[in-house]
Design a protein around this ligand. Structure first.
Ligand SMILES: [Zn+2]
Length: 216
């Protein structure tokens, strides 16, 4: 905890000066982010760092495995769904990025036998959102090394989450009107490289300007 407090003091006394004007503008004029970033809670995947973006640029939600639960209007509390609705209906973001990553602990844990207890019940349920992707990956390359299957699962899962996004009326409507574009990313922790899902090629390709104008 002391490390966090030390970090805050360094931010307040040194770093904050670099943001004075930006924070003044954001405080007085509000936020106007163009992109919703849905990433993994993993401490190694920091949205603002990997996109070199500033405060105010990204509306962010992170969860274990960067999953998007399908639209399900009931009486439960739905944090990710609420972020999606707020970002599309209120902020009117133009892009939603779902970003998976290498060495994902959420994906890895789906390949382990874990007993459900009161201490992990929510996590186990949450991870079931990646189950279909795991099945597809195992079918795709049944004899591949486990690391390859995990990487395939991560990538296939990103594509599934993009499909889940379209179950939200606020997303579907804006996508159909071409006011909103959905992007599937795969970030490699070690190299820092980002691949993006190409709908035309049905595979992940290096990110490029051409890709950015050709999304669903
Ligand atoms: Zn992860």
């Amino acid at each position: 905890m002391l490390e966090v407090i030390k970090g805050y003091k360094e931010f307040k006394n040194i770093e904050l000066r670099n943001y004075e004007k930006l924070f003044y503008d954001l405080a007085h004029h509000g936020q106007n982010p163009k992109t919703l970033f849905i990433g993994c809670s993993d401490s190694r995947v920091v949205p603002n760092i990997i996109t070199n973006s500033k405060p105010g640029d990204l509306f962010v939600t992170r969860n274990i495995g960067n999953f998007v639960p399908p639209f399900k209007p009931d009486s439960d509390y739905h944090a990710t769904a609420s972020v999606i609705e707020y970002a599309t209906e209120h902020l009117e973001v133009e892009n939603i990025i779902v970003c998976g990553h290498s060495n994902c602990g959420a994906i890895s844990s789906m390949f382990k036998e874990v007993k459900v207890t009161e201490k992990n019940i929510h996590t186990i349920k949450w991870l079931s959102l990646g189950e279909e992707a795991k099945k597809e990956a195992l079918k795709l390359e049944p004899n591949a090394p486990l690391d390859v299957i995990k990487e395939d699962t991560t990538k296939i899962s990103v594509v599934h989450q993009l499909k889940n996004l379209l179950t939200y009326p606020s997303v579907k409507e804006r996508v159909d009107e071409k006011k909103l574009f959905l992007h599937g990313w795969y970030y490699d922790i070690e190299s820092g490289k980002i691949l993006c899902y190409s709908k035309d090629e049905e595979r992940f390709v290096p990110i490029s300007k051409k890709y950015a104008t050709n999304q669903q």
